[in-house]
Design a protein around this ligand. Structure first.
Ligand SMILES: [Zn+2]
Length: 331
């Protein structure tokens, strides 16, 4: 913007909650703010953009243009949405701002038809528009789209930086700061959301306890546990990623890399598991968890996937916390 060499389309690539939408909205504000050093974040234009109420900043995602009842089932951004919201919108001048900014969130969810429709606008973009594509799965985008965008990669923030920022949050003890910084995987936005979500750490704790006790359960118990697992794609993905992070910790502890462990508060218990499980057992289960994540992205049956995982999960005769001699609740 400072050099006056604005592109018509940008692609922001990075993991979820890294700050792609924050950056996109700031750019949209900067393009339309009328103060001396845009974005001022204080003027009416900036504020309305932040509140999602500016008519020239259009956010498109898989829920756009759908009724509330259809939203739950929505898995893609269809051609009608791109035609109606983007193609038609782009042909009209801005209502009140200098630029019309189209932000496509999770752009990888565009159907093939939708992508081709977007491509037409990207090939001959009107002067007054800027298109921002946000994605965490760049490979799922058409190469022809990627090549027409200026690409920016948003990299994970170092754990130390996130700790520093979290330390400024009032009432957060050092243990929680360290734990959240590690759990965030370098995504500051995630960490700041988790600070305000008191239920998050609790449910993580519960899920991890349930998970480690599954390692000693028989097939019947494991299969009936599936009923307690999330039945939606997002929830299932989160659960599997949590299990993966636990397996990663076990692997790290097997090789004495204590500093890199994510679940700091579970260090002792995880270490005992690390002594009980073999590298091969953990590696095979990690492979199987990763495979399930791929199947989930192909919309496979979640119940079936969890059944396979329950069978693939390593099985041990006793619980790590027995070995630890700490308080076992269901003895
Ligand atoms: Zn402003």
């Amino acid at each position: 913007m400072e050099r006056g060499t604005l592109a018509h389309a940008y692609l922001f690539v990075g993991p979820e909650h890294i700050g792609k939408m924050t950056l996109a909205l700031e750019l949209a504000s900067a393009l339309n703010c009328e103060q001396a050093s845009p974005p001022c974040k204080l003027c009416r234009v900036c504020q309305r953009i932040e509140e999602g109420k500016h008519p020239d900043v259009i956010v498109i995602d898989k829920n756009s243009g759908r009724d509330a009842k259809d939203r739950k089932k929505a898995t893609e951004i269809g051609i009608d949405t791109i035609k109606e919201m983007l193609q038609r919108g782009a042909s009209l001048p801005p209502y009140e701002g200098r630029y019309k900014v189209f932000i496509i969130d999770n752009a990888e969810l565009m159907s093939n038809e939708a992508s081709n429709c977007l491509l037409k606008t990207l090939e001959e973009p009107p002067q007054h528009i800027v298109i921002l594509l946000l994605t965490s799965e760049e490979k799922a985008l058409l190469q022809t789209i990627v090549s027409r965008c200026q690409r920016f990669e948003l990299k994970p923030v170092p754990t130390g930086e996130i700790e520093k920022r979290l330390t400024q949050v009032e009432g957060l003890d050092q243990g929680t700061v360290k734990l959240l910084a590690r759990l965030s995987g370098g995504c500051l936005g995630w960490a700041l959301t988790a600070v305000n979500d008191t239920g998050y750490l609790q449910s993580r704790e519960q899920r991890l306890c349930e998970f480690s006790s599954l390692l000693t359960k028989n097939w019947d118990d494991r299969l009936s546990y599936i009923a307690q697992l999330p039945s939606d794609r997002g929830g299932a993905e989160q659960t599997i990623k949590l299990w993966l992070s636990w397996c990663r910790d076990v692997m790290l502890l097997k090789y004495n890399c204590d500093d890199a462990v994510t679940h700091l508060d579970k260090l002792n218990e995880t270490r005992t598991w690390a002594n009980m499980l073999t590298v091969l057992e953990i590696k095979d289960f990690i492979d199987s968890l990763n495979k399930m994540l791929v199947y989930i992205s192909f919309n496979a049956n979640l119940h079936l996937l969890f059944e396979v995982l329950m069978l693939d999960m390593p099985r041990k005769e006793r619980r790590a916390d027995y070995a630890l001699n700490s308080a076992a609740t269901d003895r």
